[in-house]
Write a new protein. Structure first.
Length: 72
């Protein structure tokens, strides 16, 4: 079963979490979930932000949430 088929809570608790296996929209949902509950491991959140940054997706939203440095 792919990670995208699991519930959100099991995503963050999964030791084999791989951000690259998720769609950008799903990764952003996980960021939003973390902003509400603060229940995400910092390493996993960093992996999500890194993946979205590499894809160049949701950059404005990440900046707005303070997860990405403002543009120079």
């Amino acid at each position: 079963m792919r990670n995208t088929e699991h519930g959100n809570n099991s995503l963050w608790n999964n030791a084999s979490f791989k951000a690259e296996e998720f769609s950008s929209r799903k990764l952003m949902e996980l960021v939003d979930q973390n902003q509400e509950r603060r229940d995400v491991d910092s390493v996993m959140l960093s992996a999500v932000v890194t993946e979205l940054t590499q894809r160049r997706h949701f950059l404005r939203e990440l900046r707005d949430r303070g997860l990405l440095a403002p543009r120079a």
